[in-house]
Design a protein around this ligand. Structure first.
Ligand code: SF4
Length: 525
């Protein structure tokens, strides 16, 4: 079949043969291949909505295998794998296992790649247990692939399914990856249908959690879709069919979904996922919060992707309402304090003062700063960034908010930044090897000023500033004597004393003793 014929931009269940009442379907959330993975708020809401859609159409049998389902402690399994090895046949990596080697100017950073989530043998055993064999294959298999840099696990999964079921099952690949790069998905995976875009009929459906044997501890709720902006690094426009409009779900429906999940599964933790949650908040998101407060619903709320500071900083009433509705944590995005860099990313609606104001307003509403209740995302590893600017941003964010969440920048296919650097990526072969665009592998390292040591040091600096003692992080520009003295010592020549003492390691003990000029830190200051 020609690649274009495999790509469905308007996928509809009617495109498939047979009466739904006679069909069986298997839903799969693939494993993740990456150097790090956080299993928080990672419920596969897309595939859970497809499950709801199939139920609505009365499919005879629907099963879910979620490789990324956490255990009782909220963790997922992981084991090391080799960087460029395929696991379509092998369950385990060839030994010895090699790490990725990121190199620049003679320095090498080794990073191990892992398979996160349930293992291939576990999956095979589960299929067997379900009686899903070559003789009894599911009619349809729906796979949702999220990050484009995780594409390899979708490839391996589909090839494994092909080996098991042959051509008897129709394999449908959807999600963010095939929406952003449908031709890549059609060429490099063995899916029958590549869904590029939304499955419209599933959009407004509630995620169906009944497929899990053990009820999840939380649920993801999508109150709206779409964004009026088009930042150069964001794929929101492509994911919303090229449109820059926000579509809202009715407030009643959102509240009904949350109440149902509370009453049915005992879920109290809800994470809101939306491209731009706060757009026209007075008529939409605030109404949801008001209902939660008015009805005294016992929920704990989160918006793990962050709240836009330009809108948040407009309304103390909104921030107060977040607190009253029991928002547990606030995440404030702060890409950089470098205005030029922000302009190059088309972040025209956000200014630094918005972050500062939003942080202050959060504090006024009762969220504690410097205490992990208010956190700020800091984007680095960006094309053309200066290390000095990143350091300034780190210090600034640490001072204002007190807790930094470092985010290494990934150029996402289909975005303006990806297109701007496409010829560079193409030269490296990364337009095919999309996993190499993963921010954790520093795709812009070679064209940036910073060395490997510099980037490692940036992380150390952030971790150091994030450290807590008695529920607070240290404030570099605070007004305690310690903060004042710390700052003074950076500028009063004390570094010369430190440098002198650092030389001691290179001197023989007798020479050290003879060093009459050496003074103790106390004497010097
Ligand atoms: S980064 Fe946020 S504001 Fe910018 S386009 Fe994406 S969703 Fe919209």
């Amino acid at each position: 079949m020609a690649l274009k014929e495999m790509i469905a931009t308007k996928f509809d269940l009617k495109m498939l043969s047979k009466n739904p009442r006679q069909k069986s379907a298997l839903l799969i959330n693939p494993p993740v291949y990456d150097t790090q993975y956080w299993a928080e708020w990672s419920q596969p809401y897309g595939i859970l909505r497809i499950g709801a859609l199939l139920k609505k159409h009365h499919y005879k049998r629907i099963e879910l295998f979620d490789f990324m389902e956490t255990d009782e402690t909220g963790k997922v399994h992981r084991h090391k794998i080799n960087p460029e090895e395929s696991y379509e046949e092998r369950d385990n990596p060839t030994k010895p296992i090699r790490p990725y080697e990121i190199t620049k100017n003679g320095e090498v950073l080794e990073l191990y790649k892992y398979h996160f989530g349930k293992t291939w043998p576990e999956f095979g055993a589960w299929l067997q247990e379900q009686g899903l064999t070559a003789k009894n294959p599911p009619d349809e298999i729906y796979i949702s692939a999220i990050m484009s840099y995780w594409w390899e696990s979708a490839r391996d999964l589909i090839l494994r399914l092909r080996r098991r079921f042959g051509q008897k099952s129709t394999i449908i690949l959807g999600g963010i990856y095939p929406t952003l790069v449908p031709e890549h998905a059609a060429e490099h995976t063995a899916a029958d249908i590549v869904v590029a875009g939304e499955v419209e009929e599933a959009n407004g459906l509630w995620t169906d959690l009944s497929f899990y044997r053990r009820a999840p501890q939380y649920a993801i709720v999508t109150p709206s879709r779409g964004c009026p902006f088009s930042c150069a690094y964001c794929a929101s426009k492509t994911l919303n069919g090229g449109k820059q409009v926000v579509r809202y779900r009715p407030v009643d429906d959102i509240i009904a979904e949350m109440k149902y999940k509370y009453e049915t599964y005992g879920i109290r933790d809800f994470a809101f996922y939306a491209d731009f949650l706060l757009w026209r908040f007075e008529e939409n998101f605030m109404k949801v919060l008001e209902r939660i407060v008015r009805e005294k619903l016992p929920f704990r709320l989160y918006a793990p992707e962050g709240l836009d500071v330009s809108l948040l900083s407009r309304s103390q009433k909104l921030v107060d309402l977040l607190k009253r509705a029991n928002f547990q944590k606030i995440y404030l995005p702060c890409e950089s304090i470098d205005d030029q860099l922000l302009r190059s990313m088309d972040r025209r609606h956000v200014r630094l003062e918005h972050l500062v104001r939003a942080a202050k307003m959060c504090e006024k509403a009762g969220f504690r700063l410097r205490n992990l209740e208010v956190n700020s995302f800091l984007l680095y590893g960006l094309h053309g960034e200066k290390i000095g600017h990143v350091v300034k941003t780190i210090i600034f964010v640490s001072e204002i908010v007190g807790s930094i969440i470092p985010m290494l920048f990934t150029p996402v296919p289909s975005t303006a930044i990806y297109n701007r650097y496409f010829s560079y990526f193409q030269k490296q072969g990364w337009d095919r090897d999309l996993h190499m665009l993963n921010g954790k592998l520093y795709p812009f390292l070679k064209m940036n000023e910073g060395s490997i040591s510099d980037y490692v040091d940036l992380q150390r600096l952030m971790f150091m500033l994030n450290s807590h003692y008695r529920s607070k992080s240290f404030q570099l520009f605070g007004d305690t004597l310690v903060s004042t003295s710390f700052r003074e010592n950076l500028n009063n020549g004390f570094s010369a004393v430190v440098d002198k003492y650092k030389q001691i390691g290179f001197l023989k003990p007798t020479e050290v003793l003879k060093d009459k000029e050496a003074t103790t830190p106390e004497e010097e200051t």
